[in-house]
Design a protein around this ligand. Structure first.
Ligand code: HEM
Length: 409
């Protein structure tokens, strides 16, 4: 980031209509990236659109997590929703953030999660078995919905009978993590936050009374020893993991399937050679990420290439724009599963809030793709490609129907 002695306020010509941006994010970012490091949405939120700035601002001490700023602006002043937003690691800063994140780090570390790969593979194959005879499916409702939900339910030990209700609540409340929720959504989000809080509290109480050999029992035991987290903080981190790992991965599964089927020769290449799977997953996360940005608030003026990012404002760090920046990827608008990616892929953010579930997400995406290409190589779109809405936060992915020739399993 080059600093200028007297940076200029962002010119009015760079204020963007949010609805237009949500419809055509790549086109608008491609147009503006060479001429300005920042855009400003018509709701006043700044957007960082260049790769090097997004990376630098993620760890810049002049930016902080939002805490409850956006929630309060949407009229959330009490209730279980505020309790969640006040206590989640995702929105907290400094020591509080560390305290909340550290007890979970071991559980989501590479070695712990890699041990789950065979189980995740079996879950993905089982989902295909369930629908195979039909020769077609609603990809999101029948497959993408269930792989992350079943994986996280297995990790938490959610009883089979509770999974559908539990999953519905998790997907509903996941909207609270996206700054795009509106005041009208608040009553429903409050209700679901209350239900999930009660459910997770019961799960934790149950493990306290009857410990098992599982993730939640170890979490409860570790918390009892360290006594670092209040009961509300402890259960909020479990809800955070549930929410952060649901819509993100569901969307990414649908996007990757759609993108590969739209680029048929690359789908066929993965069917022939499963060694291409990890690269295909990384390229789909880059080309059309399910999380388009994450937000921070500025606590000081930040000069960016002669333009002022003023203190006290929300800035959306657009990973979606950054991962199509020619400064980061050559020929960025070309979809190519064989390209090389940095070890720390920007789709998962950076700095202290970097995605806790990165390894788990990659394994789910890889095993989902492995099962589909192995069992359904004739898979094709049954209609248009997936519709991806929104330019930032967790994006809404919908409408993906697929079909296959039976007998190919
Ligand atoms: C394709 C799937 C996923 C994507 C693209 C993704 C992306 C991200 C990003 C960009 C952040 C940083 C947010 C910020 O800095 O404000 C993040 C944080 C987080 N993610 Fe993920 N994520 C995915 C899947 C998962 C999964 C499967 C889990 C857990 C099971 C998970 C758990 C978390 C948690 C707990 C945080 C907050 C970390 C903190 O604040 O310290 N994510 N994720």
């Amino acid at each position: 980031m080059s600093e200028s002695p007297s940076p200029s306020p962002l010119s009015e010509q760079y204020t963007i209509n949010t609805a237009l941006l949500n419809q055509h994010p790549h086109e608008l970012f491609r147009r503006y990236r060479p001429v300005t490091p920042l855009l400003r949405r018509d709701d006043g939120i700044y957007i960082g659109i260049r790769a090097r700035d997004v990376e630098a601002l993620t760890t810049d001490p002049r930016t902080l997590q939002l805490e409850t700023q956006i929630a309060r602006a949407r009229g959330v002043t009490d209730g279980p929703l505020l309790q969640f937003l006040e206590n989640t690691m995702l929105l907290s800063n400094g020591v509080q953030h560390r305290r909340r994140r550290v007890p979970l780090v071991w559980a989501f570390a590479f070695n712990s999660v890699t041990a789950l790969r065979p189980q995740i593979r079996a879950l993905a194959e089982h989902l295909i078995d369930t629908h195979y005879h039909r020769g077609e499916m609603d990809f999101i409702a029948d497959f993408a919905n269930w792989l992350p939900a079943r994986v996280i339910s297995a990790i938490l030990g959610v009883p089979e009978v509770d999974i559908p209700d539990f999953t519905r609540r998790v997907y509903s409340l996941a909207r609270a993590l996206s700054s795009s929720f509106s005041e009208a959504d608040v009553p429903h989000l409050q209700k679901v936050a209350g239900e999930l809080t009660a459910y997770v509290r019961d799960l934790l109480d149950e493990r306290r009374l009857h410990p098992r050999e599982d993730f939640l029992s170890s979490y409860v035991a570790a918390l009892q020893v360290s006594e670092q987290l209040s009961p509300v903080e402890a259960l909020t981190q479990i809800i955070t993991v549930l929410l952060a790992g649901s819509d993100t991965t569901r969307g990414a599964l649908a996007i990757q399937t759609s993108l590969l089927l739209e680029h048929r020769e690359q789908w066929d290449a993965v069917c022939r050679d499963s060694a291409l799977i990890p690269g295909a997953v990384l390229e789909c996360l880059r080309y059309e990420p399910s999380v388009g940005s994450f937000a921070r608030v500025t606590v000081d003026d930040i000069p960016l290439h002669g333009t002022l990012l003023p203190r006290g404002h929300v800035v959306s760090l657009s990973t979606l724009a950054a991962m199509r920046d020619p400064a980061l990827y050559a020929d960025p608008d070309r979809f190519d599963i064989r390209r090389t990616h940095a070890r720390r892929h920007l789709a998962f953010g950076g700095g202290v809030h970097r995605c806790l579930g990165e390894t788990l997400a990659k394994i789910e995406l890889e095993e989902g793709l492995r099962a589909l290409t192995r069992r359904l190589p004739t898979l094709e779109l049954d209609g248009g490609p997936a519709v991806v809405q929104g330019s930032g936060g967790i994006r809404l992915v919908k409408d993906l129907r697929v079909r296959w020739a039976r007998g190919a399993a």
